[in-house]
Write a protein that binds this ligand. Structure first.
Ligand SMILES: [Ca+2]
Ligand SMILES: [Ca+2]
Ligand SMILES: [Ca+2]
Length: 242
């Protein structure tokens, strides 16, 4: 015997209808709220995309040589700096002639101040170096004062809102590397106050900064976001030749 597909029942009771209307009312009331939350989460996504791009810019810079003089030695050496922490200065040892190495590193680590053709180099001033221009950057600080733009199209409403753009400014400078200057709190208090060193003085730490700003008219996108990273004067490890 075939099962009954529909059961007969009385027409919708008034009480059911009232409940249905109340539920509909609650849903309708919260709809604008839901729509605006969705809009905001769209901006959060755009912002997240901007932050990801800024982080990418940071890692692109970090992949470059620490200094111009790391790019032209037979292999990158630790560089002499003019205003660094004296505890980081090279100590001398003898290995095929007197050489300087970074204090605290093993003698055979190749973290040397002198390249194997016997030359020592100084850290360079921040910025592009002789004969270089946009597109021929070859060390970290060549990117100082430059920026990249994530632009929106002017005609269509896109992610960044009609012609607005997210700008990622890149700054690189020398930073005070004297540990004593960062322990000014005393007792169990540690006060971290990064101090930037004015050119032409050089230190063992370069600070990289990317700052995100937006020209969008949307409030949620107008925030300024800054990321920092540090890169140190440690030379480049000599890779074993095949
Ligand atoms: Ca160069
Ligand atoms: Ca350069
Ligand atoms: Ca440079």
């Amino acid at each position: 015997m075939q099962e009954k597909l529909h059961t007969l029942r009385p027409a919708v009771a008034m009480i059911e209808l009232i409940f249905a209307l109340v539920v509909m009312g609650i849903v309708m009331m919260s709809a604008p709220q839901l729509i605006s939350t969705a809009g905001k989460s769209g901006y959060v996504a755009i912002q997240q995309e901007g932050i990801n791009e800024a982080a990418t810019q940071m890692s692109i810079m970090m992949d470059y040589a620490w200094d111009e003089n790391d790019t032209n030695a037979s292999h990158a050496t630790v560089l002499n700096v003019s205003n660094g922490d004296s505890e980081l200065d090279g100590t001398t040892f003898s290995l095929g002639g007197l050489k300087k190495r970074r204090a605290g590193t093993p003698e055979l680590s190749y973290r040397l101040y002198k390249s194997y053709d016997g030359k020592e180099f100084n850290a360079s001033a921040i910025g592009l170096d002789a004969g270089e221009g946009v597109g021929s950057e070859d060390d970290i600080d060549d990117f100082n004062g430059t920026s990249v733009n994530l632009s929106g199209a002017t005609t269509t409403k896109d992610y960044i809102e009609k012609g607005g753009s997210i700008n990622i400014a890149r700054t690189v400078n020398y930073m005070d590397d004297k540990a004593t200057n960062y322990f000014t709190g005393g007792g169990d208090t540690l006060i971290y106050t990064p101090t930037f060193v004015k050119t032409p003085a050089t230190t063992n730490i370069k600070r990289l900064q990317v700052t995100l700003t937006s020209t969008s008219g949307v409030n949620e996108l107008k925030k300024t976001i800054t990321l920092h990273a540090f890169s140190c004067n440690i030379g480049t490890y000599k890779l074993k030749e095949k």
